[in-house]
Design a protein around this ligand. Structure first.
Ligand code: IVH
Length: 713
């Protein structure tokens, strides 16, 4: 969308709301307006107003509803999370990214961490260095914004830069106050911490899920995530989610100058904090804390997967800054993976969406770290050969955190007398087609994965493609999960993606409509059809990802969608490349797109050159509309697209901070000055870069002028 168009829209929004005369009229106006923007955002991925303008509309509506509860409309968008029909949450950009932690796996790694920190800070032996220790909660991290002490928004971590708006759901968590108490609450603060589910509550939830024939969760973490991602906040409200606050993002002012001090303030404000947090000055004390927590792990009542150490002084934290995506001032000391010994009864070969044959170990069920494990991944045939894993062997299995259990090794002296090395099949166990290991044309390197060559004649591949097509990051059809696809596929109701969209019409004409099938109820069938209908308009990037073309994941799908805008344009480009061949300009045009390489171009060609695929695509396009890709709007700032070089010592910001802030505002930060540089920001004792800038006539700013330019002075 062009900037002018979006500005025009924004103006209309402002006028419409301020033009209404009575609160009732204004509420009606705002309700309609917000629903309109929800629709654009969720259904079309094409917002017309900025997030802050949208938030302002919502805040105004919430304000009016609070003042006039009797005027609150049943269709009020403030009661919904996201737009109900699509099942997606809105996105929230984190003002300060939510990063991850580096890991320590043994005591020596912790010793090294402390030494690294001391060296970086140039501390002498006699200088104290306080470090906090606390459990690492195995939940999901969340950022909650309080303004003037009021909870106004909450977001998941997402990719660290942008998370999902889960405000309505977070507001149902009893542990989390809607208003912070106390005097020193800052004007704005993003409180960060972990949402989790206690062990008992997890057991109870799973028992209830099983009783109702609903999904049983693998562990408390998944259950917490599933509970938070409910579109209907009243369901989240019924799940006893809990919270520990342990960090923060953007803050107008901090209540203390140490980590422990800020956490103590959190507690004072009414936020739950972990009671086990300690401060220590010696590495031995950190390790003692770790081993003590490890011994108490099973009886804490909630899952933890290690201990987190953080440098206590915030000025030290600031100086230490970040390396890549983790702070230099903190580290996670992980618990060792848990292991158990059991018998591998059989090696099953599963066939995936792209035909990959994946060996899975079927185990005699065994408890590993509190979870019953009966399957473990064996990766691929080379791995089986390398470890000489055989059916009937006694094996050591290991589970670490969320990872799929793995077979670590075979216990050789327990091997049965007449066992044979495992023979990996060379034909597909499902369709009987040849299964081959491809080799790279140029290098001759053989792929570790053996693949079924059956393509669409292989039922396993077709079924897996269907599952992928409806999955969350693809079409995201609510209520049409793995099990339903299995059922519809096995009963012949859905054999291709297009069949999903003709299901209702065929069902109405059928002798055995779904409503009469065991396990289906009238309302659930109606809901399913509605959910399918809600996906008849699909944004191009999601659609491309949903097709499940090899090597086209979400990022590549987005890159292609960005480059071509419409499916027609992309199809035309690929068809030209098919005609022209590998040396043609058409082939190179696709290859030249940012983020796209030959592997992807070849995969596109393979896909579109296949008659079955073309037929399926045409059938699908008779049912659904692929909507053009619309670029997400980045807020324009005075430095959007400008190249900036920082040099010399800055007084108000660390170099890292200055850099991160500039990048957040859309600037490119470079390490050297050239003619292309727009600004050189020079601190004290700037050297040759400043001379260069002057010689090249590049604008030089001092720190204050820079801050004024970006509106931070
Ligand atoms: S501090 C800058 N403290 O671990 C990073 N994280 O591996 C600030 N986590 O994404 C995070 N318990 O979800 C911190 N006591 C704790 C934690 C904790 C769990 C999670 C958090 C983070 C992940 C990093």
């Amino acid at each position: 969308m062009s900037e002018t168009k979006s500005k025009k829209k924004r103006k209309t929004a402002a006028k419409a709301t301020s033009g209404s005369e009575t609160p009732k009229a204004e509420i009606a106006q705002l309700t309609a307006e917000i629903s309109h923007h929800d629709d654009l955002y969720y259904r079309h991925d094409a917002p017309e107003i900025s997030d802050s303008a949208y938030d302002a509309l919502r805040r105004r509506l919430e304000e009016l509803e609070k003042a006039h509860p009797e005027l609150r409309r049943p269709d009020s968008p403030t009661a919904k999370v996201g737009a109900a029909p699509v099942g997606a949450f809105g996105k929230i950009r984190h003002d300060v990214p939510m990063l991850s932690l580096g890991n320590a796996f043994d005591d020596q790694d912790v010793v090294d961490f402390v030494e690294r920190v001391r060296r970086f800070l140039k501390l002498g032996e006699e200088d104290a260095l306080e470090i906090t220790s606390e459990p690492k909660i195995d939940g999901l991290s969340i950022s909650i914004r309080y303004e003037h002490g009021e909870l106004i928004q909450a977001a998941t971590r997402g990719d660290g830069t942008e998370g999902e708006n889960v405000t309505a759901n977070i507001k149902t968590v009893r542990d989390i106050p809607h208003t912070l108490k106390g005097k020193n609450v800052p004007e704005v603060i993003d409180v960060r911490g972990e949402i989790y589910l206690g062990d008992d509550d997890f057991e109870k939830l799973n028992a209830a899920q099983a009783k109702n024939g609903d999904k049983v969760f693998a562990n408390p973490r998944n259950a917490a995530a599933g509970s938070l991602r409910q579109l209907d906040p009243s369901i989240t409200a019924k799940r006893p989610l809990k919270f520990f606050a342990y960090a923060w993002g953007a803050a107008s002012k901090l209540p203390a100058d140490t980590q422990a001090g800020v956490v103590a303030a959190f507690k004072h404000w009414g936020l739950p904090v972990n009671p086990l947090m300690r401060i220590a000055a010696k590495t031995e004390a950190l390790l003692a804390f770790y081993h003590d927590i490890e011994s108490k792990r099973a009886s804490l009542g909630y899952d933890i997967d290690g201990v987190v150490y953080k440098v206590n002084r915030l000025d030290y934290q600031e100086r230490l800054g970040f390396v890549s995506r983790s702070p230099r001032w903190a580290i996670a000391h992980k618990f060792a993976a848990e292991q158990a010994t059991t018998v591998l009864e059989k090696i099953d070969i599963q066939v995936g969406r792209t035909g990959a044959l994946t060996p899975v170990a079927k185990l005699k069920p065994v408890t590993v770290g509190g979870v019953v494990v009966s399957n473990a991944t064996l990766h691929n045939e080379d791995e089986i050969a390398r470890k000489d894993i055989r059916e009937g062997d006694t094996v050591v299995v290991q589970r670490a955190g969320d990872v799929i259990p793995q077979v670590v090794e075979v216990v050789r002296d327990k091997r049965p007398a007449h066992s044979h090395p495992f023979k990996f099949p060379t034909v597909c166990p499902v369709c009987g087609s040849h299964a081959v290991r491809e080799s790279e044309e140029e290098t001759g390197k053989v792929d570790v994965v053996r693949r079924c060559t059956g393509g669409l004649i292989c039922p396993a591949q077709v079924k897996e493609r269907l599952k992928h097509f409806v999955s969350r990051n693809a079409l995201d059809i609510e209520g049409l999960g793995t099990e339903k696809i299995e059922f519809f596929f096995e009963t012949g109701r859905i054999k291709s993606p297009a069949d999903i969209f003709t299901l209702e019409a065929r069902d109405q004409a059928s002798d055995e409509p779904l409503m009469k099938v065991r396990g289906f109820k009238e309302t659930s069938v109606r809901k399913l059809f509605a959910a399918i209908d809600a996906r008849r308009n699909v944004p191009l990037d999601r659609f491309l990802y949903a097709l499940g073309i090899r090597h086209i994941g979400e990022t590549t799908a987005k890159d292609l969608a960005k480059a071509y805008g419409t499916l027609e344009a992309l199809r035309a480009a690929v068809e030209a490349a098919i005609k022209g061949g590998k040396d043609s300009e058409a082939y190179r045009d696709i290859d030249n797109i940012e983020g796209i390489g030959e592997t992807v171009v070849d995969a596109l060609i393979d896909f579109f050159d296949e008659r079955h695929n073309q037929e399926q695509l045409s059938a699908l396009l008779r049912e659904i509309t692929v909507t053009p890709y619309v670029r997400a709007q980045l807020k324009e700032t005075p430095v959007t697209g400008k190249t900036v070089v920082f040099t010399g010592t800055l007084m108000k910001l660390t170099r890292n901070e200055a850099k991160a802030q500039a990048e957040r505002l859309g600037a490119k930060v470079s390490g050297s000055v050239s003619k292309k540089t727009d600004y050189v920001v020079a601190g004290a004792e700037a050297g040759s870069k400043l001379d260069n800038a002057r010689a090249l006539g590049v604008t030089v700013l001092d720190e204050d002028a820079w801050l004024a330019l970006i509106g931070q002075s």
